[in-house]
Design a protein around this ligand. Structure first.
Ligand SMILES: NC(=O)c1ccc[n+]([C@@H]2O[C@H](COP(=O)([O-])OP(=O)(O)OC[C@H]3O[C@@H](n4cnc5c(N)ncnc54)[C@H](O)[C@@H]3O)[C@@H](O)[C@H]2O)c1
Ligand SMILES: O=C(O)C(=O)C[C@]1(C(=O)O)C=C[C@H](O)C=C1
Length: 290
């Protein structure tokens, strides 16, 4: 079986590490970055590399698009114009799904090509092939969103191929997924970026005040070190849901501002207790979640 992974960055290369466990898979890595391809060859992460998706896509049984969201959208259009195997499954790693599924609807479904949107709640603020880790997907919620009935009938085939990841596969509607991501992933990043910027505005360079921070600031801002292009793509592909949740976040922030301004201890205790209990319950529900 020929599996083409486009984007040998943190997510794509980590997937390659796991799929390597299946000797029946020939892994073909595609990336625009020559150094990443050279690294992948040197470490035997993949069997073959190419800078050109069109050159290798026609031999693929499975194509995994693991580049930033906007380039996934562009590649779906490109793939719709190629003479792919009729049995090919195309999936992706994009963090948001509405725009990607719309592209699949427009460019792949009319040609009878199977598209199953994918998104794993794994990864980190790091980027690039050297951030790859075997086992990164283990126990992670991994959303699979078939684009139509035909794709739905092949979700189990995809699960079998992706089984070496040890991920916890879940199906969910695209709208539900993106609305959820706005709250649990996208806005936490927006807030971390904003917190980092406001801290620098107030304190000056982070190189200078970094020596005084401890766990609180580190925990809150780790994800502010994430890749700008990757996150700009994600945020602009989920605008409506992100803006809705930002409004509700601003209201929650205002409650704190008012209680602090008014020296209102009772309200502060209520607000913090509610958050504390919710955070403790979050720990109970998710294994290995710190
Ligand atoms: N990092 C995370 O925590 C995380 C988690 C889940 C999903 N995702 C999603 O997975 C995808 C990949 O993220 P990542 O963290 O692996 O990013 P990354 O920056 O580590 O890797 C992206 C790779 O894609 C390559 N690339 C970019 N544009 C390309 C193009 N047009 N053609 C060919 N190669 C191209 C880059 O050279 C790089 O090697 C994104 O869609 C992201 O939203 C990321
Ligand atoms: O742990 C991190 O650094 C992450 O940002 C991982 C994270 C997230 O939890 O928001 C980032 C993007 C997603 O698509 C999935 C996971």
């Amino acid at each position: 079986m020929n599996v083409v992974i486009v984007g040998l960055g943190e997510m794509g290369a980590s997937l390659a590490c796991d799929l390597r466990k299946n000797p029946q898979i020939k892994l073909i890595g595609v990336d625009r970055d020559v150094a990443s391809l050279a690294y992948a060859r040197k470490t035997s992460l993949v069997d073959q590399t190419s800078q050109d998706l069109a050159e290798v896509a026609t031999q693929a049984d499975l194509i995994i698009l693991a580049t930033p969201v906007e380039s996934i959208e562009q590649m779906i259009e490109q793939l719709g114009q190629l003479d792919l195997k009729t049995t090919v499954i195309i999936t992706d790693a994009g963090s948001t799904k509405r725009a990607i599924m719309a592209q699949a609807q427009q460019f792949l479904l009319p040609k009878g090509i199977t598209f199953i949107g994918g998104h794993a709640m794994a990864g980190s603020h790091l980027a690039g092939v050297q951030a790859a880790q075997m086992g990164m997907y283990r126990h992670a919620p991994y959303f699979l969103m078939p684009a139509d009935e035909q794709a739905a009938s092949r979700v189990d085939n995809l699960k079998v191929i992706l089984a070496p990841t040890g991920a916890n596969f879940i199906t969910m509607s695209v709208d539900e997924h993106d609305d959820l991501m706005a709250v649990v992933s996208d806005n936490p990043h927006v807030i971390a970026f904003a917190l980092m910027n406001s801290s620098v505005n107030d304190l000056g360079k982070s190189q200078d005040f970094g020596q005084y921070v401890a766990g609180g600031f580190k925990d809150m801002t780790r994800i502010a070190a994430s890749d700008p292009q990757l996150w700009s793509d994600i945020l602009l592909s989920n605008q409506g849901a992100i803006l809705n949740n930002l409004t509700s976040f601003r209201q929650a922030l205002d409650q704190f501002q008012r209680a602090i301004e008014d020296s209102d201890e009772e309200t502060l205790l209520q607000l913090i207790s509610r958050a504390q209990i919710s955070r403790q319950n979050l720990l109970i529900k998710r294994e290995n979640n710190d």
